[in-house]
Design a protein. Structure first.
Length: 106
């Protein structure tokens, strides 16, 4: 006579899922810092964007570190402008797309 292992396996799987859920709930860190209001968050983002764009080279139309970092930095600035409505860096983004239509400089 063969015994089915399905009930035992189902029980083990259920226990595993419950223990995983409990462990993951305990692993989460509670928010300990103060919540930042909208105007403060936007002001901080603006300062961060200013610092980031201070290393932009308008002649080369990219950042000095590498092409990959340049792409990430410009994407970040684009996201910042979209979320805040700040359009101060639109000229630099236009400049980059105009100058870098061809082969990217080494």
């Amino acid at each position: 006579m063969r015994r089915s292992i399905t009930p035992g396996l189902t029980g083990l799987m259920t226990l595993f899922m419950v223990l995983t859920a409990v462990a993951s709930a305990h692993a989460r860190q509670p928010e300990t810092g103060p919540r930042i209001d909208g105007p403060t968050a936007v002001a901080r983002a603006r300062v961060a964007a200013d610092v980031l764009m201070s290393s932009y080279d308008p002649n080369k139309a990219w950042f000095h570190s590498s092409w990959w970092n340049s792409a990430v930095a410009l994407q970040t600035i684009g996201d910042y402008m979209q979320r805040t409505g700040d359009r101060r860096y639109l000229g630099q983004l236009d400049n980059t797309f105009e100058k870098d239509k061809g082969v990217f400089p080494p």
